[in-house]
Design a protein around this ligand. Sequence first.
Ligand SMILES: CC(C)(COP(=O)(O)OP(=O)(O)OC[C@H]1O[C@@H](n2cnc3c(N)ncnc32)[C@H](O)[C@@H]1OP(=O)(O)O)[C@@H](O)C(=O)NCCC(=O)NCCS
Length: 203
Amino acid sequence: MATAALLAVHGPTLTLRLPVLEDAPALLDLAGDPEVTRWFSWGPYTDLAQPRGYIERQAQRREDGVQLDLVVEHREAGPVGVIGLSELSARDRRAMVGTWFGRDWWGTGVNTEAKALVFHLGFGACGLVRIGAYSDVANARSRTALSKVGLVHEGILRGWHRHGEQQKDVNVHGLLRADWMASRLFTVPARVEGAVPAAFVVG
Ligand SMILES: CC(C)(COP(=O)(O)OP(=O)(O)OC[C@H]1O[C@@H](n2cnc3c(N)ncnc32)[C@H](O)[C@@H]1OP(=O)(O)O)[C@@H](O)C(=O)NCCC(=O)NCCS
């Protein structure tokens, strides 16, 4: 019996694909760096059980329409980070994108290509009309990186994100499908393979 291809989005140098348990050692290595997870409510990873647990939770989270996370795999180097869609509103056809890469990959161009691929998935295959993102107000690198890929800074959400014992302010950024279609990221070649989880197909 033929097996349906797993979801993947192929670009010039990167593929976004569903995480599998075999990715756990690479994720431990990449997100074992406190600089990488500095702005997140999780991490840094210190034990293989942590990325394994994260990967094991993903199938249910995809099915429930809660989170569609994809490993960013570089054609030569293997996994370099994770990108995903969450906070899906099927009714409003919108979701938020989140991204992290191992420190060695910052500033290499992977963010632009990975965002181009996730936009093809979100706006193209899923039918979203808006993709947003948050950045901590102190995470200037992330804010600049989001602006470079076309997300407009729309304002500050006060006391939005719980991080340890702190309730932090975050920037909210957004990109509309029409603006993506007019942007240079739209021209990055992308091929979606396999089935998009049903909960994430909204249009
Ligand atoms: C955020 C992240 C995905 C961006 O990817 P990246 O490859 O680093 O992004 P880029 O290099 O394309 O863009 C970053 C830009 O910010 C600039 N920058 C760096 N530090 C900066 C600072 N303190 N203030 C302003 N801009 C800064 C860089 O110079 C670069 O701009 P340039 O290309 O014009 O030189 C990556 O840094 C990462 O994984 N960080 C850790 C996890 C994280 O913070 N995720 C985002 C959560 S909201």
